[in-house]
Design a protein around this ligand. Structure first.
Ligand SMILES: Cc1ncc(COP(=O)(O)O)c(C=O)c1O
Length: 382
């Protein structure tokens, strides 16, 4: 029985050709770090890092120089850097009711910081008109999951961004489920920052992520980590220029080489083509599942306002047992449970039961989707 990987919302697999070989080349033939030395291998590492920053800036229509693309250990680290680097006691923050714990847990660690949740409907979608009434004089940040990791619902970031801009409030997008899936317009949507993991839709390795910072927003952030940057070594204070201010310590060079290769792949393929493939699979999946009694789709029922993250609730069955059967009897790899997003499940009405999540990827085929549908039908028959 060959496995069908349906867990791309957790992490993408397989990676495009070239990702692991680029990492291997770094490990076997380059080996040097950046910003410290000037010999050939160090220059190679420096150039690859620059190419990565430039590719990310281009991908997200980022108006700032590539220096403002900060390399982090992942989306969680990027979000912590924003939330804990910005908010102080007395501040107020606005989030959506669909947030991942990568936003909620750092926020709840901050004493004296209050927040409100923008309500979302039973499909996991917010109404931008609900944002303005939540704004208070001390609101310092609006931070929002662009795409839900539970049900794939995609929020209208442009509309929320326009409201934030009107009120002069920084707007930060958690693009963990949309980066690499949807064309994100950093400048057009008025973003102050964007957080993305390298290992999901960007198709790179785990252990590396991005934080794109608009210059005026970066000036408001206190760096969470301080240390050697290989620059301004005459001073014991952190430099005030980017990316160094937010990149203390030796970076994840194998990750940088891997992510640089995967962003090249994304650029060659084009986000639109990959998105069209994902949506075609999603359509096939949603249409097929509609005809299977005993299973409900949670979140957006159609193709509008969504990415290809599909959560199912198996009526009258234990969803964890269903996921186990899908794996052991059919070789289908899913994720079940609450997906680190309890508030999203409360919004969708699936708390504390959870759901079984299916997320096809760029290399998933129609035949694999059909096999998944047949397996779901089999599991629903008993
Ligand atoms: C919406 C959302 N935000 C943040 C994260 C955190 O990403 P990472 O675990 O790669 O740091 C995830 C990961 O599943 C996510 O789905």
């Amino acid at each position: 029985m060959s496995a069908i990987y349906m867990d791309n919302a957790a992490t993408s697999f397989p990676k495009p050709e070239g990702v692991s070989s680029s990492m291997k080349t770094y490990m076997d033939e380059v080996g040097a770090t950046i910003n410290r030395s000037v010999y050939g291998a160090a220059q190679d590492a420096g150039l690859t890092t620059l190419l990565l920053r430039e590719a990310a800036a281009k991908l997200f229509h980022f108006p700032e120089p590539a220096t403002h693309v900060i390399l982090t250990p992942g989306a969680t680290a990027s979000l912590n850097m924003v939330i804990k680097g910005l908010l102080k006691p007395g501040d107020h923050c606005i989030v959506s009711s669909m947030e991942h714990n990568a936003v909620m847990r750092p926020l709840l660690q901050l004493e004296g910081v209050s927040f409100d949740r923008i309500p979302c409907n039973a499909e996991g979608l917010l109404n931008p008109a609900d944002v303005e009434p939540l704004i208070r004089p001390n609101t310092r940040l609006v931070i929002m999951a662009h795409g839900s990791n539970v049900c794939g619902a995609v929020q209208d970031a442009a509309a929320v961004g326009a409201i934030c801009r009107r009120h002069g409030i920084p707007f930060v997008l958690d693009a963990a489920q949309t980066a690499g899936h949807i064309d994100i317009d950093f400048e057009g949507w008025g973003l102050s920052a964007l957080a993305a993991p390298g290992h999901k839709g960007l198709l790179g390795p785990s252990g590396i992520g991005l934080l794109l910072l608009r210059d005026d927003f970066a000036r408001l952030l206190d760096p969470l980590i301080a240390g050697g940057t290989g620059s301004a070594s005459d001073s014991e204070y952190l430099p005030d220029y980017l990316p160094d201010r937010f990149e203390s310590g030796t970076p994840n060079l194998p990750g940088i080489y891997g992510l640089e290769a995967s962003l090249r792949f994304l650029q060659e393929q084009g986000i639109e083509k990959l998105h069209a493939h994902e949506m075609a699979l999603c359509k096939r999946f949603l249409e097929g599942v509609k005809n299977i009694p005993g299973v409900n789709v949670c979140g957006p029922q159609g193709l509008n306002n969504r990415v290809g993250v599909i959560s199912l609730d198996f009526v009258g069955q234990d969803n964890a047992e269903v996921a186990y059967r899908l794996e052991t009897e059919f070789g289908i790899l899913t994720r079940c449970g609450l997906h680190c997003a309890p508030s999203a499940h409360k919004t969708l009405g699936t708390f504390p039961r959870g759901t079984v999540r299916f997320a096809p990827g760029f290399s998933t085929t129609e035949a694999e989707v059909d096999a998944v549908l047949a397996a779901i039908a089999g599991v629903c028959q008993g």
